[in-house]
Design a protein around this ligand. Structure first.
Ligand SMILES: NC(=O)c1ccc[n+]([C@@H]2O[C@H](COP(=O)([O-])OP(=O)(O)OC[C@H]3O[C@@H](n4cnc5c(N)ncnc54)[C@H](OP(=O)(O)O)[C@@H]3O)[C@@H](O)[C@H]2O)c1
Length: 224
């Protein structure tokens, strides 16, 4: 039985990931502020805000109550979109909040789970909008995407690279996975796939990936 820790399991992609990993007989630990509608002996839920200053301690204490020795897959999925998309409506505090949610809190989760990370696949759910390469080459020209979300996902991508290059995590595989455009509360109006399809695709990438790197769940280009 593999142990899978997932953040953002109350809805959207994270809920579907938790549901599918639970159905596959893994031991699943879900984290979100609101409850997750999964009732199963092999699903444990921690109601918590991953941006809270005491979150790391809370996670450590929760993990101690479970009979686990290792976490096989840790998925930093929790995240939402944001708004300000040009210099007249961007709020600097919104950038702080998004970087906290998508990047700093991913690190809080890893810190809380640190003593269980041996040969672990660490997954950060990224977005094409965090890609500096794609932004530089003009893929999003004329599209008014949120400053805060793009900055936060770019910061998260750098976190993934730092983790992948960390000698203390030599046996970890660090995956940045772009889940594709999903029909969720945070998804765009032209989203192509359901959250259920997204979760199937993300799990396939996790199962098959043997090297750290950036991946697209539906096989499209994914760039840092
Ligand atoms: N949808 C897309 O098309 C798309 C595309 C590219 C990347 N992504 C990424 O995929 C991930 C999942 O997105 P989604 O579309 O499934 O979003 P969603 O449906 O809005 O779900 C977001 C999840 O994150 C949790 N969350 C948010 N803030 C939290 C906090 N402070 N503490 C704990 N949990 C928190 C929410 O739970 P609570 O509110 O209950 O806490 C919820 O379970 C995100 O990282 C997003 O950036 C999505």
């Amino acid at each position: 039985m593999n142990v899978i820790l997932i953040t953002g399991t109350s809805k959207g992609l994270g809920y579907q990931l938790a549901k599918q990993f639970t159905q596959k007989e893994n031991l699943v630990i879900g984290i979100s502020r609101t409850a997750t509608e999964i009732q199963a002996k092999n699903f444990h839920h921690l109601s918590a805000d991953i941006t809270a200053i005491d979150f790391t301690q809370k996670l450590k204490a929760f993990l101690k109550t479970l009979s686990i020795v290792n976490i096989d897959v840790l998925i930093n999925n929790a995240g939402t979109g944001s708004f300000g998309n040009n210099i007249s409506n961007i709020e600097p505090d919104e950038v702080l909040q998004q970087v906290d949610l998508h990047c700093v809190s991913a690190l809080r989760v890893i810190a809380g789970a640190r003593s269980y990370l041996k040969n672990t696949k660490i997954v950060n759910i990224t977005s094409r909008l965090g890609s500096i390469t794609q932004t530089l080459r003009g893929d999003f020209k004329g599209r008014d995407f949120s400053y805060a979300y793009r900055i936060a996902k770019a910061a998260q991508n750098m976190l993934s690279l730092c983790l992948a290059n960390d000698s203390e995590l030599a046996n970890a595989v660090v995956l940045s996975i772009n889940p594709g455009l999903l029909q969720t509360d945070s998804g765009s109006s032209d989203a192509e796939h359901t959250a259920e399809q997204g979760a199937i695709a993300v799990i396939t990438v996790i199962d098959n990936a043997i090297e750290s790197g950036i991946y697209h769940a539906f096989g499209q280009e994914a760039l840092y």
